[in-house]
Design a protein around this ligand. Structure first.
Ligand code: PMP
Length: 359
């Protein structure tokens, strides 16, 4: 019996995808073995890899002058890969927007290899908003400009794409594939898989061709986008099962109507929850209205002594993983693509009932 899962990541996967993987686990397409048990260089896995890449390209309309890589080490490895790959030629300064915990980790890693200029920060109001371009202090000659379009912990999402004159780099881990994006405006997009792509173990990197020759000479081989691009993301053994499962998610997304449909669905799901919260005195959202994430909805109870009861009773009602991140407390409901409208309706119904009984 599957329950409604609001986990921030690793997150809910589409049920049809899990069923197909289950069906194919022992005998993948009549081969008498699973996809995990064949060479990554075999024709059958090559087809899995190439189809997944093509489907992702179709979904995000990735232009031909971009490489799509399927790498290991998660988004965290990319926090390091970004400065290693982009600080080699010329400027040793990068612009970063500081919007919360994930931006902070990206910044700390870049600071080890070059200078970081904080273009804008939302620390003044406890990371509850996405700073607008009017407040930026950009470097004239930055090697790149990095931001976190969706802060998974704080629940803050940018509703615009920054316009900058150097390569724009985005950590899209928690909102990739939830809306169309103008890929041509970005130099690099990267994302850990375990929210809107597939299971953990893989990170997708979409990088413009002309940025592949900017790496420091001493770059570790395993972090080099150029090496990965030359080897079709198979310089070493890739995470084959995660790649296969991500491919099934891409097929599922296409069947649902693609990222345009996900954008409409995300708007519907998140406004159901925010509208309910805004109409209640019992619950509140700490995030400023213009910056509220469609993917991760943090909320607090007016009386935090009821947090324990809320979590216990919601779990008993079949609503899983609503506890907020340990660094901020409260609750958080993550509404990624695989979370259906019925899950959000069930959550809102539970919250209303809890308020009636406990408020
Ligand atoms: N960036 C963001 C925005 C994230 O949400 C996460 C994971 N929750 C990470 C980076 C780190 O990803 P990983 O664990 O795949 O390294």
């Amino acid at each position: 019996m599957r329950k409604f899962n609001f986990c921030a990541g690793p997150a809910a996967l589409p049920e049809p995808v899990l069923r197909q993987a289950q069906e194919e686990l022992l005998d993948w397409g009549g081969r008498g073995c699973s996809v995990m048990e064949v060479s990554h260089r075999s024709p059958e896995f090559t087809e899995v890899a190439e189809t997944a890449e093509q489907d992702l390209r179709d979904l995000l309309q990735v232009p031909d002058n971009y490489k799509v890589l399927f790498l290991q080490g998660g988004a965290t490895a990319q926090f390091s890969a970004v400065p290693w790959n982009l600080f080699g030629a010329g400027s040793q300064v990068a612009d970063y927007i500081y919007t919360g915990q994930w931006a902070k980790k990206a910044i700390a890693e870049a600071q080890r290899y070059g200078r970081v200029n904080i273009v804008a920060s939302s620390e003044d109001r406890n990371f509850t908003y996405a700073p607008g371009p009017d407040s930026w202090r950009q470097t004239g000659d930055a090697a790149y400009f990095h931001y976190t379009p969706n802060e998974t912990i704080g629940g803050v999402e940018f509703d615009y794409v920054p316009e900058v004159s150097c390569p724009l780099v985005a950590d899209m881990s928690s909102n990739i594939l939830s809306q169309p994006v103008p890929v041509e405006k970005f130099g690099v997009i990267y994302a850990g898989a375990q929210k809107n792509i597939g299971p953990s173990g893989i990170a997708v990197v979409i990088v413009r061709d002309d940025l592949l020759d900017r790496a420091r000479e001493d770059i570790p081989r395993s972090l080099s986008w150029n090496v990965a691009a030359d080897a079709g993301s198979m310089d070493n053994t890739p995470a084959t099962f995660a790649w296969y499962l991500s491919g099934l998610v891409f097929k599922w997304l296409k069947a649902q109507g693609g990222v345009g449909a996900m954008e409409a669905l995300s708007a519907r799901k998140s406004s159901m929850l925010y509208d309910f919260i805004d109409n209640s005195d019992f619950y509140s959202s700490p995030v400023e209205p213009g910056s509220r994430s469609r993917m991760n909805v943090p909320f607090v109870l007016a009386d935090d002594r009821l947090d324990g009861a809320f979590l216990q009773q919601s779990e008993e009602a079949g609503l899983l993983n609503l506890k907020g991140h340990r660094s901020v407390g409260g609750m958080r409901a993550s509404l990624y693509n695989a979370v259906p409208v019925e899950a959000v309706q069930a959550l809102v119904d539970f919250m209303a009932d809890f308020e009636r009984r406990m408020g």
